[in-house]
Design a protein around this ligand. Structure first.
Ligand code: SF4
Ligand code: SF4
Length: 87
């Protein structure tokens, strides 16, 4: 009845879901990060990486701008900023 949206594990890697992004994207400030990994765990796209404090980043090729990472960060170390902002 319904065709599966994901036909095989990892198939989303073949599609640059970042092209669907809202006009906001997360900016990882890398100032007060405590490496709790909550952003990494909650990201529905699995596009956040990092291990040590102040090393977490998002792969914008896949980030859709949902803002969950910024909402969950206990240190407010992620800001949602307008697309194209570089500072
Ligand atoms: S905005 Fe959403 S998709 Fe992008 S890195 Fe944060 S949680 Fe992941
Ligand atoms: S949620 Fe915030 S404090 Fe935790 S790892 Fe991510 S950026 Fe660092």
């Amino acid at each position: 009845m319904y065709a599966p949206l994901i036909t095989k594990p990892g198939s989303s890697l073949e599609r640059k879901t970042g092209s669907w992004r809202t006009n906001l994207r997360p900016k990882f400030l890398q100032k007060d990060c405590i490496a709790c990994r909550l952003c990494y765990l909650i990201c529905p796209e699995g596009c956040i990486s990092g291990k040590e404090k102040n090393t977490f980043i998002s792969d914008y090729n896949y980030c859709k701008g949902c803002g969950l990472c910024a909402g969950v960060c206990p240190k407010d170390d992620i800001e949602m900023v307008p697309e194209g902002e570089t500072k």
